[in-house]
Design a protein around this ligand. Structure first.
Ligand code: SAH
Length: 349
């Protein structure tokens, strides 16, 4: 048996061709699953019955199942998915307003980047997600919406480092952004990375219009090496250089994410140094007040410290946005639900 979502589009087309089926069958199947939210081949009524049963014998559509579904009062919904090998990943639906329905998806099981403040990295990386598994996250979230609503945005900001799994992520995003697929505009897809220069360059060369967000978190290498171990041997200079190339090739403004951690990276000198790095670049700083992780010693800065940081960046000539915290009540941040359920197996069953 093969995962249908892993074989779109080429391999499904050749499978159909081998059976003398017309090319447009692939489009019909895609329509049923991606647009009409149908889960079983039997229900694909414009396909010949024999083809439906052949498909059912050779392909499965879902490899994951929802093991927990949480809803926050602000409309955020979080799913814990159990994969075929019993690993678990999280994905989140964020509703910013009536027009925005954002899927936040994971790219790996766990994460190998080891950022010291992050829950996803605590257990290291277990494996990459397949293209089909990434698409399943989107489809599960899309199916939470009423029939007339659709996902409008994707942020690859869940668990894992997306640029470490580009081979599987790019085909998934290609189908998500295809007008015949989920039809989400490429400019409405954000990929958040710890900052892997080779991956950034590869993305720049891929000819896609995705929005790139780089998790900087520190304005100098000494501090960044401590907070983001993946920085060691790479350095902020090389990351900014790759980001500048991305901007030149795509014309898309880069977002720099900065998790504000009390008394670690939120001092006025950090704000001034960050402004100096970014002032002459077409950049937006997305400040994320730290979301505390029970096992870790870090704290969220007070509102006044956050305000001061914002003001210093603005005074330094940098565009700033403070990310509103969504879904706190449901542990929407970064691998927290998965961790809790891993420690208490059976909790969610
Ligand atoms: N590996 C990618 C994407 C995953 S995390 C990256 O590094 O960008 C998405 C963002 O959430 C990153 O900026 C990450 O540093 C941040 N983050 C992780 N743990 C957090 C926490 N406890 N509170 C706030 N932001 C956190």
């Amino acid at each position: 048996m093969q995962h249908l979502l892993d074989v779109f589009p080429e391999r499904l087309s050749s499978w159909l061709a081998d059976r003398q089926e017309p090319e447009y069958r692939a489009g019909q199947i895609r329509q049923w699953i991606l647009r009409r939210r149908v889960d079983r081949f039997e229900e694909m009524t414009d396909l010949p019955k024999s083809l439906r049963s052949q498909l059912a014998e050779e392909f499965f559509i879902w490899s994951s199942q929802i093991t927990a579904h949480q809803k926050a009062p602000d409309g955020t919904e979080k799913l814990l998915l159990q994969l075929a090998d019993a690993e678990r990943i999280e994905c989140v639906l964020l509703r910013d307003d009536r027009e925005h329905c954002t899927a936040c998806i994971s790219s790996q099981v766990g994460c190998g980047m080891g950022c010291v403040f992050c829950a996803s990295g605590l257990g290291g990386v277990i494996r990459n997600l397949s293209t089909g598994e990434i698409l399943e996250e989107l489809l599960h979230l899309d199916r939470l919406l009423p029939p007339e609503e659709r996902l409008t945005h994707i942020v690859v900001m869940g668990m894992g480092e997306p640029l470490a799994n580009l081979d599987r992520l790019l085909p998934a995003l290609a189908l998500a952004t295809d007008s015949e697929g989920l039809g989400i505009g490429a400019r409405r897809v954000t990929i958040s990375t710890v900052g892997l220069p080779a991956g950034i360059r590869r993305l720049a060369d891929a000819g896609v219009q995705y929005h790139l967000a780089i998790s900087l978190h520190a304005p100098d290498d000494a501090l960044r090496n401590q907070l983001v171990p993946a920085n060691r041997g790479v350095g902020i200079g090389a990351i900014l250089e790759a980001a500048d190339q991305y901007f030149q090739k795509t014309g898309r403004r880069i977002t720099y994410e900065y998790v504000l951690i009390q008394r670690v990276n939120d001092h006025p000198r950090h704000a001034r140094a960050l402004a100096a790095l970014l002032r002459n670049r077409n950049a937006l700083v997305n400040l994320i007040p730290y979301n505390p992780v029970p096992e870790l010693p870090f704290q969220t800065p007070s509102w006044s410290r956050t305000e001061r940081f914002v003001q210093l960046l603005q005074a330094g000539g940098v565009n700033v946005h403070v990310r509103y915290r969504k879904g706190n009540q449901i542990e929407a941040a970064c691998g927290q639900l998965r961790r809790r359920t891993a420690k208490n197996p059976g909790d969610e069953d």
